[in-house]
Design a protein around this ligand. Structure first.
Ligand SMILES: *[C@@H]1O[C@H](CO)[C@@H](O)[C@H](O)[C@H]1NC(C)=O
Ligand SMILES: *[C@@H]1O[C@H](CO)[C@@H](O)[C@H](O)[C@H]1NC(C)=O
Ligand SMILES: *[C@@H]1O[C@H](CO)[C@@H](O)[C@H](O)[C@H]1NC(C)=O
Ligand SMILES: *[C@@H]1O[C@H](CO)[C@@H](O)[C@H](O)[C@H]1NC(C)=O
Ligand SMILES: *[C@@H]1O[C@H](CO)[C@@H](O)[C@H](O)[C@H]1NC(C)=O
Length: 526
């Protein structure tokens, strides 16, 4: 990757953006608490987030526009403030130490997003041996430090004796992560299963704040600034149609470690309403992972879609790219789960097509002025197939870790009303039915092996333009595709704030830009 050296800087400068006050939203019903989070849009970096905890080691390179879902919290007595990324694909909560490499390099970022000074907390207790905390994510980032217990407050909720990681080495991440998966997926589980500790969700139950190990995630629209997480309950005003329950699929040894569900169909409905592609009777284990930016599918699904929409795979831009004007296509990709009668989630192009920002803050364009956007899907090779934010934004998802089930429905974007119901027993309130027609086993314990895309062919690129889509996609107003940078058309997901540039990244950015040539044939305007 020509720009990999920029990763840290890129993350840190992006990290200054888009953080807003996070309001605790306690609701009348008992034992439920909601929290708004803000979306953070860091600048384009060589890697998109793939926060699912890794099981062993293989590396993949992939870059993309990335959005992190951020919540605020405090740690210690007196409280010190932190902004952390919410992640369903891992299970540890960690924050940066103020003496970590990351904080030494970017003190201003730590000041804003949090760098923990343990000497100033009277409730701090170090636990375990030094450097016992180690976690590596699917995107190859690695974090090392110590475990500690301290008081954690999220909104109005205070958890005593919360076990967390205190990162001392975090070369790639400028702020911490709150993993809210199964305890059994904690990073300590592999070496030392007896040391598995109650993570945040478990502590909310243990300390009496919620009744069930469950929460609902409403990521909301790509273009809106906030979404929310509701611990212990379901907000029935945040989705359309039926909420359908899917069994979470255990791994091959019958344990539950991640949110694997059975994908049973994929279809592409074009702009005229016609089914341009239909794959039924799939039985594919896919993992719902909010810490992953895009959606990874098998080549047999990806290839026909990418050629149908005329996408090009670009190493330099980190994956599949399309004209930004496609974001207003009315075509949808529909994903069906759980077999016959199971739920189907329609994902619109507005959610899949997102802007890319170069290090100078501009957007890449073709010679003819057409703005280039990323398309939020990639090859998952032989697995795992991570369904990240480009899918999850279209769904309202209830994660019930007590009963090993997922409730899923089409999201209600920008819903302003609220109807919160507590999850108490073994059923998810508001759920209309259960899909159990398909069972799959998550046997894959490794990492995505990306394969070279079929669409990366010389012919289409030599012309310096995108290949013509074979699916009927409709078109946007003509003005929409001519922008670079601050766009005014509705084509390019303009609600996303372009990143701010600081002097250091701008300088390094130049080095990166020079080497950015698309597979040798599509050339950027600079
Ligand atoms: C959340 O964090 C941001 C960034 O540090 C800060 O500006 C904001 O005031 C915080 N909100 C709360 C409620 O602490
Ligand atoms: C740390 O927290 C865990 C989980 O609440 C608790 O079991 C353990 O006793 C605590 N350790 C110390 C030293 O306080
Ligand atoms: C944390 O757990 C330890 C061991 O169980 C206990 O002695 C201590 O009082 C707890 N601290 C708080 C703040 O609850
Ligand atoms: C939701 O709100 C955002 C920001 O206000 C807006 O850009 C977007 O178009 C809205 N989405 C829908 C589906 O109405
Ligand atoms: C089952 O797999 C999980 C995940 O790898 C592992 O943590 C656990 O120890 C395994 N259990 C058995 C009994 O092999």
């Amino acid at each position: 990757m020509p720009c990999s050296a920029l990763r840290f800087l890129a993350l840190t400068s992006g990290a200054l953006l888009a953080l807003r006050h996070v309001a605790a939203a306690p609701e009348p019903s008992p034992k439920v608490f909601g929290l708004d989070f803000t979306k953070q849009v860091p600048r384009n970096t060589p890697e998109s987030y793939r926060l699912r905890k890794r099981q062993n080691t293989v590396s993949v390179d992939i870059s993309n526009e990335q959005i992190a879902y951020i919540i605020n919290m405090t740690v210690g007595t007196p409280p010190q403030s932190f902004s952390v990324q919410l992640d369903t694909g891992s299970s540890d909560l960690w924050i940066l130490s103020d003496i970590s490499d990351a904080c030494q390099q970017s003190p201003d970022v730590c000041q804003q997003l949090g760098g923990f000074d343990d000497t100033k907390s009277s409730t701090f207790v170090e636990i375990g041996s030094e450097d016992a905390f180690q976690i590596q994510y699917e995107d190859n980032s690695q974090v090392t430090g110590d475990y500690f217990n301290d008081t954690l407050a999220i909104g109005e909720t205070t958890i005593n004796n919360m076990t967390m990681g205190l990162a001392l080495q975090s070369p790639d991440r400028a702020f911490g992560i709150m993993g809210i998966g199964y305890d059994s997926d904690e990073s300590i589980a592999e070496q030392s299963p007896n040391d598995i500790y109650p993570n945040v969700v478990a502590q909310l139950v243990n300390q009496g704040y919620i009744n069930t190990l469950a929460y609902s995630l409403w990521l909301n629209d790509l273009n809106s600034n906030t979404g929310s997480i509701l611990f212990g309950g379901v907000d029935t005003a945040k989705f359309h149609g039926d909420l359908v329950v899917l069994p979470i699929q255990p791994s091959s040894n019958a344990s539950y470690t991640d949110f694997t569900v059975a994908l049973s169909s994929v279809s592409f409905i074009d702009a005229t309403g016609k089914t341009a592609l239909s794959q039924n009777n799939l039985a594919l284990p896919v993992i719902l992972d909010s810490g992953t930016t895009i959606t990874y599918v098998p080549d047999s699904t990806l290839d026909p879609i990418m050629s149908g929409i005329g996408a090009i795979n670009s190493d330099e831009l980190g994956g599949y790219v399309v004209p930004c004007s496609l974001s207003c296509s009315s075509a949808t990709l529909n994903f069906g789960f759980g077999g016959n009668g199971g739920p189907s989630i329609a994902v619109s192009f507005a959610e899949l097509v997102s802007p890319i920002y170069l290090d100078d803050g501009s957007q890449p364009t073709l010679k003819n002025g057409e703005t280039i956007c990323s398309f939020g899907m990639a090859s998952g090779g032989t697995g795992p197939f991570l369904f990240g934010d480009t899918f999850l934004r279209s769904a309202y998802v209830v994660y019930d870790l007590t009963n090993n089930q997922i409730g899923i429905a089409q999201t209600n974007y920008n819903a302003t009303s609220s109807n919160i119901v507590e999850i108490t027993g073994s059923s998810i309130p508001g759920a209309s039915s259960t899909a159990s027609g398909a069972a799959v086993t998550q046997t894959y314990m490794g990492h995505p092996q990306e394969t070279l895309p079929a669409t990366k062919k010389a012919g289409s690129q030599a012309t310096g333009s995108f290949p013509s889509p074979t699916f009927s996609l409709g078109s946007c107003a003509t003005s929409a595709s001519k922008n670079s940078g601050g766009s005014t058309g509705k084509s390019s997901a303009v609600g996303v704030v372009p990143p701010r540039i600081d002097a250091m990244t701008a300088v390094t950015g130049l080095v990166c830009l020079v080497s950015m040539v698309f597979g040798g044939s599509l050339v950027f305007m600079m």
